[in-house]
Design a protein around this ligand. Structure first.
Ligand code: FAD
Length: 411
């Protein structure tokens, strides 16, 4: 046993070894020989999704970042972290459509679990993928492009199909973003104006500990020319913050990206946390449920009521929105989505007790848990049978089948 853990420290990998090949040829050999193996990213998941008898990290395989200015795409090694990619893109005058709250995660690890940011009009990070290359369990290289038959099943792959080696992502010209925080948004105003609040900017996050109001609303707006003046101060009755802050107000704001309406590059504003700092509290277990957007308010109220007895265990919750997509196992598949995320204090036993209660409260709204966070039950996805068939075809000997996948995909 390697006795190593994920980032949060709430999962000890059961694997006996972590391979670190330095070339794709070496990777192909390792994968084709292993009875049971899984790819490992930057370990930011909160469950055993990235665990198996053997693990392989591809961060020692050097792959150049290739920008295609005509196609407006970038092709990267799958283990590059968003923060590193963003620096290169920004230097060359390009941008991604969105980022998660943290830039520390790998591109393959993030898209494999349908990791998302916020924004009514913005799909999750996996929707930027237009091309994928992976090593299957026979050691064969397989590629697929957007529009090809298997592509929509391959992107959010949970590591079940093979080891992704390269990804091609859509890019666009760089842009600036201004981030402003509003404090104490009244729940009545959320109730009365939810759609207006969430569509009021490029990306909106509601942070709450489920008390009397939404503690802070993080509003990220693309700065367009002519929009250089002071930011709006009349945000549905909430107070404009007068200093930078952390989503958990008692924690230092230094870990967070610049706020106060100061324009800055997309990569320095869309994530909440800075690449050179510890994201979030650093001592937590996260869970998140995706609900159809048109059920947002009843779901929020049901969740708010269900979580009241456990508020002592909550660092902070975050409500975000994501546009619908067509990726088979995406948590936003076929429906505009609202995401109810919670960072719990690091008490696994308590979290394990609470999640079934929260899931029961959300059951009428058909919640889809974040694949990479803590949860009790995965729902049946509409395209699950297609995904299984794809997995059988790409991995006939079941080398990528893991305990997690047996429970949530095969079981
Ligand atoms: C502080 C913090 C903040 C977070 N914020 C957000 C957020 O804003 N939005 C959100 O949606 N999520 C968020 N998450 C969750 C996180 O983005 C996801 O769990 C993500 O999947 C982690 O990626 P990773 O690189 O760490 O991958 P890992 O956790 O190492 O692996 C995740 C999955 O990707 C697969 N994988 C990794 N590399 C490859 C590869 N090369 N080929 C095939 N499969 C591969 C693994 O097998 C596994 O199935 C947050 C997590 C933390 C710790």
């Amino acid at each position: 046993m390697i006795r190593e853990t994920n980032w949060a420290g709430n999962h000890v990998y059961r694997a006996s070894t972590i391979h670190r090949p330095e070339s794709v040829e070496e990777l192909r050999e390792i994968v084709s020989r292993a009875p049971r193996i899984h790819a490992l990213g930057s370990r930011h998941c909160f469950n055993d999704i990235a665990d198996s008898a053997e693990l392989v990290s591809i961060d020692a395989i050097e792959v150049p970042v290739e920008i295609d200015r005509e196609a407006m795409t970038v092709t990267v090694g799958a283990s590059i972290r968003y923060g590193t990619l963003a620096q290169t893109l920004e230097r060359e005058g390009f941008a991604l459509h969105n980022m998660a709250s943290l830039p520390h995660i790998t591109v393959a690890g993030a898209v494999s679990t349908a990791t998302h940011g916020s924004g009514d009009a913005l799909g999750n990070l996996a929707t930027a993928v237009s091309g994928i290359e992976l090593v299957t369990s026979s050691g064969e290289m397989v590629t697929a492009k957007r529009g090809e038959p298997d592509f929509d099943g391959m992107v959010v792959g949970l590591g079940a199909l093979g080891v992704v080696t390269r990804l091609t992502l859509d890019i666009e010209p760089t842009y600036q973003v201004r981030q402003v925080i509003y404090e104490d948004l009244a729940w009545d105003h959320v109730d009365a104006h939810f759609d207006e609040v969430m569509s009021s900017a490029t990306s909106v996050s509601l942070f709450t500990d489920w008390g009397e109001s939404v503690n802070s609303t993080w509003v990220k707006r693309r700065a367009v020319s002519g929009d250089e003046g002071p930011h709006r101060t009349d945000f549905f009755g909430a107070r404009t913050a007068t200093r930078n802050q952390h989503p958990v107000k008692s924690l230092p704001a230094e870990a967070c990206t610049e706020q106060m309406g100061v324009p800055g590059a997309w990569a320095d504003r869309l994530p909440h946390f800075r690449m050179d700092a510890v994201p979030a509290s650093g001592d937590e277990i996260q869970a998140e449920y995706m609900i159809a957007r048109d059920q947002a308010l009843p779901a929020i109220w049901a969740f708010r009521e269900a979580i009241q007895p456990y508020r002592d265990l909550v660092w902070i919750s975050e409500v975000r929105t994501v546009a619908a997509d067509n990726l088979w196992l995406s948590t936003a598949y076929g429906r505009n989505t609202v995401c109810l995320h919670t960072s719990f204090r690091h008490d696994q036993a308590a979290v394990d007790r609470i999640l079934p209660v929260l899931e029961a409260a959300l059951a009428p709204f058909e919640p889809r848990p974040h694949w990479g966070k803590a949860f009790a039950h995965a729902p049946r996805y509409e395209r699950l049978a297609d995904f299984r068939e794809l997995a059988r075809r790409l991995d006939p000997r079941g080398a990528f089948r893991s305990d997690y996948l047996e429970r949530h995909v095969w079981g």
